[in-house]
Design a protein around this ligand. Structure first.
Ligand code: MN
Length: 251
């Protein structure tokens, strides 16, 4: 397959470079277009008010001075315009994208940008904590999933699709489970401190603190040692609320 790979951890992160190597060894035609530096949690931002710089740092590996969504947009509409990809993969991300993480994630946004433009897209994340020593990171579990998915499932999937995969950080997963988007809880703690000039500053984003235990979700499947594969869509209309508003008919 002709593959475009991006991420939000930056073009030099092991999660993207080792994935690209693995998929090239599998015989795929791979192009990497990724941010020049880490852009985790930038969501679906686009750079509209300043220029983007592109550098081909190795053959077929492009570094872009923008967001993950910029990278995919630029690849599809310029760099790979004459040779469009069969599939866009974003990742492997260093850290989970479970539950509502998908709204903050640059990794998932890169895949969503591809999907919005009409491509099939797969976001892949490895569920590791921070900080984690290099030797404790089982990238291979996520790479094995992608490699197998491309052989067994992707060629058979009909229609236009957008998938979010989360692999457990263990030596070998128990397999793949098709999962619903779950619910992760985040720490609401705001850390207040003083800078060297005595002015207060604030640190937000205390990280995840548990998850809803409903079975069959991305959170619970990963916790049990499975790769959670969640089909996503872009239409977030709440149909129950829509019906309620229509019944009220006061607007
Ligand atoms: Mn990231």
């Amino acid at each position: 397959m002709r593959l475009l790979i991006s991420n939000d951890d930056g073009v030099e992160s092991p999660g993207i470079l080792l994935l690209a190597e693995r998929l090239m060894r599998d015989g795929h035609d791979v192009t990497v277009v990724a941010p020049s530096r880490e852009r985790s949690t930038v969501g679906h931002s686009l750079t509209l008010h300043k220029p983007l710089r592109v550098q081909e740092i190795k053959p077929h590996i492009f570094s872009v001075s923008g967001s993950p969504a910029d990278c995919v947009h630029l690849a599809q509409n310029h760099l790979l315009k004459k040779t469009p990809p069969d599939l866009v993969i974003s990742g492997v991300n260093r850290g989970a994208n479970l539950g509502a993480d998908i709204f903050y994630s640059g990794t998932v946004a890169a895949a969503r940008e591809a999907y919005l433009a009409g491509y099939n897209a797969l976001a892949v994340s490895l569920c590791i904590g921070f900080p984690e020593k290099q030797q404790d990171i089982h990238w291979g579990t996520a790479f094995d999933f992608v490699s197998e998915f491309l052989k067994t499932t992707a060629p058979k999937l009909q229609g236009h699709w957008f998938l979010n995969a989360n692999a457990p950080n263990i030596e070998k997963s128990k397999g793949v489970k098709i999962a619903n988007q779950g619910r992760r809880f985040y720490s609401s703690e705001v850390v207040e401190n003083k800078d060297p000039r005595g002015r207060p500053y604030y640190w937000v984003g205390g990280g995840p603190s548990g998850y809803d235990q409903t079975p069959g979700t991305d959170c619970t499947e990963v916790a049990q040692g499975y790769v959670a594969l969640t089909p996503l869509k872009v239409d977030t209309t709440d149909l129950e609320l829509k019906a309620q508003l229509q019944k009220l008919s006061v607007l």
